[in-house]
Design a protein around this ligand. Structure first.
Ligand SMILES: Cc1cc2nc3c(=O)[nH]c(=O)nc-3n(C[C@H](O)[C@H](O)[C@H](O)COP(=O)(O)OP(=O)(O)OC[C@H]3O[C@@H](n4cnc5c(N)ncnc54)[C@H](O)[C@@H]3O)c2cc1C
Length: 422
């Protein structure tokens, strides 16, 4: 069913009884051309581009829970491409290109809102670093503007830009065409688009192992409705974010440069429009924006130990809210409405892994750290290309797993091999 203003009128006249489900609830077939494990944003986007760009429609996406139950429905929705390293900047800018047209492409409103992202700077050294990053972005054709304190203050009247602020603001780096999108609409839109092209989306089915012929992966073992099943496929893509090390261990891959940790998100009660952009705090780690319903949506550091639990801990609440109040003292009495946690797949250099392997017949998409939501379109686009052609696209050829063996790490922040810092 095509969504349009006319459709809304037609359905309203029929008492809204004619809407059809956005995607089919598929039963697994014995075999597919491609299996994608993980019905998060990346898995669904991959399936969509396999079908829409490469004409490969005999595809199953296998999801252990319901669509949107992972990080795709848990993130703070920030979409940007303000990176420093060329490989990252070009990859994330491809994502921005896809974001701009995504609602039209999917015929589904993902509420992409390019409201501008400002990274605040709190010292001259930080301003220099942002000038370098902004120049690098401009050299690659992206928009960026270095703002002084007055420009930041004019754009965001609620920020404490006074000299007596806990961490006085010097200025900031603006990416004017970055912003937000509605996270779960992205999952639903890709699911709907993929399903319409023939992809089977199989929910509530957990992959528990791999079928192998020698070293080659030829399908998966899974549990569905409490019963074991097997599904065969020549090509199997793994896109399970925080569960990467668990799922890969069932294929015998027990050493990966990935750590799983919890990241929490926080949402306040609705207030009148107060933050026009997405703001990040440069003296600690905090990012905040305001949802269309009026809630402040914010997050900060990951919890500081490895975990597979989708819930976080109180010390991080304290740290993150203290940072918010340091920037915006005016929010001190706003009430927190809810929070949740998601399991992050933190790579050891802060950059992703998208490529064929590490076993024949297998393809891996992982290592998304804090930034995999914005990557969703480009990740799906590149992973689909990689699976269809058995080799990386030029946009993801730097994101190999082998770079960790060869010493060609893509350490965006120069933070060293500590997953926490990326
Ligand atoms: C609190 C929080 C805030 C964030 N904020 C941002 C942000 O502002 N901007 C940004 O760019 N990124 C952000 N991220 C990161 C981003 O959400 C993730 O990097 C990205 O969503 C990961 O890709 P995904 O959508 O495919 O993951 P997921 O949605 O987690 O998908 C993986 C899926 O695999 C499934 N799965 C796992 N094991 C199995 C199995 N054995 N069998 C079958 N299925 C399995 C899971 O159930 C899950 O649905 C944030 C993340 C969190 C948690």
């Amino acid at each position: 069913m095509k969504y349009s203003a006319l459709q809304i009128v037609k359905q309203a006249l029929r008492g809204n009884k004619g809407w059809t489900p956005a995607w089919r609830k598929a039963e697994p077939k014995p075999a597919y051309d491609v299996i994608i494990i993980g019905g998060g944003g990346h898995g669904l986007a991959t399936a969509y581009y396999l079908a829409s760009v490469h004409g490969i429609t005999n595809v199953a996406v296998i999801e252990k829970g319901y669509l949107g139950s992972g990080n795709i429905g848990r993130n703070t929705t920030i979409v940007r491409s303000n990176y420093r390293l060329t490989a990252n900047t070009q990859f994330y800018e491809k994502s921005m290109e896809l974001w701009r047209e995504l609602s039209h492409d999917l015929n589904y409103n993902v509420m992409f809102s390019p409201r501008g992202v400002i990274n605040l700077a709190h010292s001259p050294g930080q301003m220099d670093a942002y000038a370098e990053r902004g120049n690098q972005m401009r050299l690659l054709g992206l928009k960026s503007e270095l703002l002084d304190r007055d420009q930041v203050a004019r754009a965001n009247p609620g920020l404490d830009v006074s000299g007596s602020a806990r961490f006085p603001i010097e200025g900031g780096l603006l990416q004017p065409d970055a912003g937000n999108a509605r996270h779960d609409a992205v999952a639903w839109g890709y699911a709907r688009g993929a399903s319409a092209l023939g992809v089977d989306i199989i929910e509530n089915t957990e992959v528990t192992g791999f079928l192998k012929e020698g070293d080659k992966i030829v399908g998966v073992e899974a549990t569905r409705n409490g019963a074991p099943i097997e599904i065969r496929s020549e090509k199997t893509g793994v896109a399970v974010a925080g569960a990467t090390s668990k799922v890969m261990a069932t294929a015998g891959i027990t050493e990966l440069p990935i750590e799983s940790t919890v990241l929490q998100a926080f949402v306040s009660e609705s207030i009148k429009p107060a933050i026009p952009n997405v703001i990040t705090f440069g003296s600690g780690h905090l990012y905040v924006s305001q949802s269309d319903k009026g809630g402040l949506v914010f997050g900060g550091n990951i919890d500081y130990y490895n975990s597979y639990a989708q819930r976080g801990n109180l010390p991080v609440w304290e740290e993150v809210t203290a940072e918010l109040i340091a920037m915006y003292p005016c929010f001190a009495r706003v009430r927190l409405l809810r929070n949740w946690g998601g399991i992050m797949d933190m790579s050891l250099d802060g950059s992703p892994i998208i490529g064929p392997g590490p076993l024949p017949g297998m393809y891996l998409d992982a290592g998304w750290c804090y930034g995999g939501f914005k990557a969703t379109p480009a990740s799906g686009w590149c992973f689909a290309h990689t699976i269809a052609n058995d080799k990386a696209h030029e946009l993801n050829e730097a994101f190999t797993l082998e770079r960790f063996e060869d010493g060609r790490s893509l350490d965006e922040k120069g933070a060293g091999p500590t997953a926490w810092y990326h």
